[in-house]
Design a binder for this molecule. Structure first.
Ligand code: SF4
Length: 499
């Protein structure tokens, strides 16, 4: 079986999904091949000389090998302007190389002016005319060797930015290898399949659509008994030295879904995804093994929220290399000694959904946190030397401008403890609990849209929120400094390397 991670997503770490699937297949002695078409595709596109000859593009083209090398050197993190130039230049090259095909390719995004990834007819169109995709010559070049001896292909489609390229690839496989079976899974497919109004528009193109963790369905598809457990991710077939990061970042998922599962705005919850954790002892043992085998610079724990048991486990059995991940404002973190112990375990950065500095808004969102507790935890983490990547959410139905100003005040008060910030404008999940309460309208015309627009009950719409963020929230120097610190394009994926 050939497992593919398609373009375009951030190529800063090996794809965890196909590595986990490879582990499961290998445990069952099923031969498989892994292809990170995202990383390879971007590296291939960076070697296609763009037609544009403006000063920026010419400089970027001349320096591309130097930039790639710099982006892979740990020392580059000590020189943020070298890092920023390398990232911006490489991003420019991707953009200009794909421009003749009306595509906008970047290190973290993919768009096509005439096709939308949230419209099934556009995805089918991408499959019908694969030659219009900028990665087409690369797909054509690589597929014969990769598909040699293979009867089934599994494609891991996680982000909207991968959708059009995935379908172009599927179209090409269908045209040139009609006997190969195609299975499509991953986060985005899980979202599609969770829609109450889902009707498969891809039945003629794709043999199997898989929702949720793919190991079991894939093994069943291949006629295997799935009772055998143990499926450590298998990264060995991936080009680990080539990822665009200053040192190897190894991703690892200890659970799918979320153990909290209560936040009203959360797509995970709206999709009804179940919380499926691996046993903590298994996670800790696998992390140790992975660290020994691959010697990463950093571990990226992918869980939506690391469980309290796992945090305790990391302290008792540290993985031996620096790590970071998402946590909630856990009670454990109110104890300064616990935060120090966490730092000792290698924790260099925690991602935290602060969302709002207004208690009433937090309560309406069912975040389950108190602001005093959040402030105390931020201070504990600062004292322990753990960086914080904070996530804020503006424009939720419960918020108004005054509440947003309280968020601004909260961030100002705790700015010394917040290293990085992500500012998001609220999107209402299309099938979330709150939808019936508001006058809704579709944002984009698309049968696969994930979100719906809505009429804000307090007139605090997206336009007002954006103006507030730009003209008021980002102005105070201490907040502007936090925003400026965010690594371009790679944002939280590289932030821990700068801590
Ligand atoms: S903690 Fe995160 S993943 Fe969990 S329910 Fe809240 S928003 Fe969703």
């Amino acid at each position: 079986m050939l497992l593919i991670f398609p373009p375009t997503a951030k190529a800063c770490e090996p794809p965890a999904g196909i590595a986990r699937l490879a582990g499961a297949l290998q445990t069952h002695n099923i031969p498989c091949r892994l292809w990170d078409a995202n990383l390879e595709g971007q590296l291939w596109l960076l070697e296609q000389q763009p037609e544009a000859n403006d000063t920026w593009t010419t400089r970027a083209w001349r320096s591309r090998h130097k930039h790639l090398q710099e982006l892979r050197e740990p020392t580059t993190c000590a020189n943020s302007s070298r890092y920023t130039t390398a990232v911006n230049d490489l991003n420019r090259l991707l953009l200009m190389a794909a421009k003749p095909l009306q595509a906008e390719v970047g290190l973290a995004d993919y768009r096509q002016s005439d096709l939308s990834p949230v419209r099934s007819k556009d995805l089918l169109q991408a499959a019908a005319r694969p030659e219009l995709n900028p990665f087409f010559p690369f797909f054509q070049q690589r597929l014969p060797g990769l598909l040699d001896g293979m009867t089934t292909v599994g494609i891991s489609l996680n982000f909207l930015s991968q959708a059009l390229c995935s379908f172009s690839l599927i179209g090409l496989i269908r045209q040139q290898y009609p006997n190969v079976k195609i299975a499509l899974g991953g986060g985005l497919v899980t979202t599609w399949l969770s829609r109450p109004d889902w009707q498969n528009p891809f039945g003629d193109l794709i043999d199997h659509l898989i929702a949720g963790p793919g190991e079991r369905p894939l093994l069943e598809l291949l006629g295997q008994n799935t009772s055998q457990s143990g499926n450590m991710p298998g990264y060995q077939q991936l080009p680990l030295q080539q990822y665009l990061s200053p040192g190897l970042i190894l991703p690892y998922s200890a659970a799918s879904g979320c153990w909290w599962n209560r936040c009203s705005f959360c797509p995970e919850r709206a999709e009804g995804n179940r919380y499926l954790p691996l046993p903590t002892s298994q996670v800790l043992a696998e992390l140790q093994q992975l660290v020994q085998q691959y010697r990463p610079t950093l571990l990226h724990l992918l869980d939506n929220a690391l469980s309290p048991a796992l945090l305790q486990g990391m302290i008792e059995q540290p993985p031996g290399v620096p790590w970071y991940g998402f946590v909630r404002f856990e009670q454990q973190l109110e104890d300064p000694a616990f935060c120090h112990a966490l730092r000792q375990s290698g924790c260099v950065m925690l991602k935290l959904g602060i969302e709002s500095g207004d208690q009433a808004v937090l309560d309406r969102l069912h975040k389950g946190i108190r602001l005093e507790q959040a402030g105390l935890i931020l201070e504990n983490l600062r004292q322990a030397g753990i960086a914080v990547y904070g996530y804020l959410l503006f424009g939720t139905p419960a918020e108004d401008q005054e509440a947003a100003r309280r968020t601004l005040a909260f961030v100002q008060q705790h700015h010394a403890a917040i290293s990085f910030l992500n500012l998001a404008v609220f999107n209402m999940p299309l099938f979330g609990d709150e939808v019936p309460e508001y006058e809704t309208e579709l944002f984009y015309e698309g049968d696969l849209s994930l979100y719906t627009g809505f009429k804000h009950p307090k007139g605090w719409g997206r336009g007002e929120v954006r103006r507030f963020l730009c003209q008021e929230f980002s102005r105070p120097p201490e907040i502007a400094a936090i925003i400026r610190r965010d690594p371009p394009q790679f944002t939280s994926n590289h932030a821990a390397l700068f801590c």
